[in-house]
Design a protein around this ligand. Structure first.
Ligand code: RB5
Length: 148
């Protein structure tokens, strides 16, 4: 699978951990920035990564900011994006199984590197279960059309 990673200054410290975990699992990874600790705006980086998914240039994105919350709010404004802000492995797994999440959002000021590795592995290894969840995702698509 192809993953893109994007972060703001608050998320920089987890980038290498996310990248190495995904590579170890056999994924292709592209880091889209930001690349240093200068203050940047997380919506710009959320957009950069989500655009790759919408253009079929990536299967998934991992977005990292201080809490994971700003990135998830921004990403979920984009039609076709299902972003999950997660800080433990159960939710990471379920975000793939039930919600078909295509974006994982992490908070570098919330989780440590070991938890980060476990979450990324859980997310990357799970598959969408389909069935009854398809109907629910279709209802989310209807919301995207209704509230533009
Ligand atoms: C940046 O200081 C911080 O606000 C950002 O990384 C993120 O946590 C926002 O949700």
């Amino acid at each position: 699978m192809k993953f893109v990673i994007a972060n703001d200054h608050g998320g920089l410290s987890l980038v290498k951990t996310v990248e190495s975990t995904l590579l170890k699992l056999g994924n292709e990874v592209e880091h889209l920035g930001s690349f240093d600790e200068n203050s940047v705006d997380y919506p710009d980086f959320a957009q950069k990564a989500c655009k790759k998914i919408l253009e079929n240039k990536a299967d998934f994105a991992v977005l990292i900011c201080g809490t994971g919350i700003g990135m998830s709010i921004a990403a979920n404004k984009i039609k076709g994006i299902r972003a999950a802000a997660v800080s433990e492995t159960y939710s990471a797994k379920m975000s793939r199984r039930h919600n078909d999440a295509n974006v994982l959002c992490l908070g570098a000021r919330v989780i440590g590197t070991e938890t980060c590795k476990e979450i990324v592995e859980a997310f990357a290894n799970e598959k969408f279960e389909g069935q009854r969840h398809i109907n629910r995702l279709n209802k989310i698509k209807l919301l995207e059309e209704k509230y533009v």
